[in-house]
Design a protein around this ligand. Structure first.
Ligand code: GLU
Length: 329
């Protein structure tokens, strides 16, 4: 029994930490719920890098609680890479929000940014919610602990003079929210996510009619002024033909970014960066949320230093000019 335990713990160590076995380096990418865009993004990146046998890298993907979880897991070394919202990257590095007790997380490193994500408010038509203000007293899923959207939900409510106590807040994973909405167990949910995605398709394709509600107005204008990481965003109505919306929906957005720890080996980070950037056109075909990606915009929206392995590639490829000089160390 003891022997078996030892074997299991060894295997656990071998397959969870960045490790080299028979000349192959194993890395794990932390993502989000399987119906979001982080999960297929982890899949897209790992498929690209695994195809090239000369890198000797075997990347695997893990479905996780989301941005905050991923950042913490790359910092402890439990995961090698994570997808994380740009606002959470900023907050972790500066010791804000979920990191206010633990302080600045200076080992966090950016690899690149990926696609835009929007704070998305989905409601059942029957709830009568037409604006964030109407959420008062409603049953709303604001996001699970560890997710990116939990803080975004709080910020949006605050912009309308509300807090979690103003609503019946649920904190379950986004993957469960469409089912709860369709079963009328909740009236609404907030999800910070790229578009189009399977989650909102699922939420809008059921028995009950569903609306995507705009996140705009004077309170939101103030929010945009107050926090540098938020930007205006638009959710195209055409992505969700079963929603009751006819017009595109105004919202607030951040960016999905790819992060790691300062302590991860340069050669691994270099290889992944090179593979994605050198084959950007094929990468873009892997998800419709990547449609507007360019090498230039994939170096924007970052707020922590660039990992040395990624920087080596950006220098070789002549891309450093697109990076905020403060992040080049
Ligand atoms: N933005 C969400 C989060 O940070 C995840 C979105 C997704 O999985 O696509 O938790």
């Amino acid at each position: 029994m003891k022997k078996l335990l030892l074997i299991f713990s060894l295997l656990f160590f071998v397959f969870t930490a960045e490790s080299t076995v028979f000349g192959k380096t194993f890395v794990t990418i932390g993502t989000g719920g399987v119906t979001g865009v982080y999960y297929p993004t982890g899949g897209a990146i790992s498929r690209m890098v695994n195809k090239k046998s000369d890198y000797g890298i075997k990347a695997t993907v893990e479905s996780t609680c989301g941005s905050v979880y991923n950042i913490n897991a790359v910092l402890t070394g439990e995961l090698e890479f994570g997808v994380a919202q740009s606002d959470r990257q900023y907050q972790a590095y500066n010791g804000l929000a979920e990191w206010s007790q633990r302080g600045p997380q200076k080992d966090l490193r950016a690899v690149f940014s990926i696609y835009p994500e929007s704070i998305t408010l989905i409601v059942s038509e029957r709830s009568g919610v037409k604006s964030v203000a109407d959420l008062k007293g409603k049953r709303v899923n604001v996001g699970n602990p560890g997710s990116g959207q939990l803080q975004n939900s709080k910020d949006v409510l605050a912009a309308y003079g509300m807090c979690l106590d103003s609503i019946h807040a649920e904190q379950v994973k986004a993957v469960e929210a469409p089912g709860l909405l369709q079963d009328e167990k909740i009236d609404a949910f907030l999800y910070t996510v790229g578009h189009p995605n399977g989650n909102i398709k699922e939420a809008t394709s059921g028995r009950i009619k569903v609306r995507i509600v705009p996140i705009n107005g004077p309170g939101i204008d103030d929010l945009l002024k107050k926090y540098p990481y938020y930007a205006k965003a638009v959710i195209p109505a055409k992505f969700y033909p079963n929603a009751v919306n006819e017009d595109d929906i105004e919202s607030v957005g951040v960016k999905a970014t790819f992060v790691t720890s300062k302590n991860l080996d340069d050669t691994v980070v270099y290889a992944i960066t090179k593979e994605v950037f050198d084959n950007l056109e094929s990468f873009k075909n892997l998800h419709p949320a990547y449609a507007a990606l360019t090498k230039e915009n994939m170096l924007q929206g970052l707020s922590v230093p660039i990992h040395q392995g990624a920087l080596k590639y950006y220098k070789e490829a002549g891309l450093v000019q697109y990076i905020n000089p403060e992040l080049v160390q």
